[in-house]
Design a protein around this ligand. Structure first.
Ligand code: ZN
Length: 193
């Protein structure tokens, strides 16, 4: 079965038992939002106990507070009423294994998938690349806890983020499934007046 068929078959099963989820309200019923990494090992619904309709989950590479993540958070609060936000990065994040410079080099050589070896990412592709990757800030992570502090601080200080919102910082441990608090981040994200 192709991946497409697998997805459609899983969806058929899911929709056949949809039941009362048809009546869910648009605003998240538990009033919070999670910003986290797209890493396939992380399932916020499971690690944070979410059901459909509970919370907003905003995901990108690294769980970084990019302009677009902040766009979603501002909508989450201003239009849909969330009042508590979690920034959750994680151990063994792919964003720790490259730099803007390396990503620019890799993409300039080829657009094909690079290999991840013990020495980091290495290009093996033969098709042409593009220098356009050098224009992008890939928001890589050099220091895991500091990246959580930086993102919580950036959100906290954003002019469109209301001071009453609590912003918490955590690292998810991919080996234990636990959320580990980053006290400096949560202190930086404490609600003010
Ligand atoms: Zn990650």
């Amino acid at each position: 079965m192709s991946v497409r068929d697998e997805v459609l078959s899983a969806n058929e099963k899911y929709a056949s038992n949809f039941g009362p989820k048809a009546e869910l309200a648009l605003p998240p019923s538990r009033g919070f939002a999670i910003l986290t990494c797209m890493d396939a090992r992380l399932d916020p619904a499971k690690y944070a106990g979410l059901s459909e309709g509970d919370a907003h989950v905003i995901r990108n590479a690294g769980g970084r507070a990019s302009d677009d993540a902040i766009r979603s958070l501002v909508i989450s609060h201003k239009l849909l009423g969330t009042s508590e936000w979690f920034v959750i990065h994680h151990t063994n994040c792919g964003m720790e294994f490259f730099t803007n410079e390396l990503m620019g080099d890799l993409l300039e050589q080829s657009l094909e998938t690079a290999e991840l070896g013990p020495e980091g990412f290495r290009d093996v592709g033969k098709s042409p690349g593009s220098p356009a990757g050098r224009e992008i800030d890939w928001l890589t992570i050099a220091d895991r806890e500091q990246s959580v502090v930086d993102d919580v601080t950036r959100i906290r200080n954003h002019p469109l983020v209301e001071r009453t919102i609590a912003v918490h910082g955590f690292v998810y441990d991919v080996e234990s499934g636990r959320l580990i608090g980053v006290p400096a981040a949560t202190a930086a994200g404490a609600p003010g007046s």
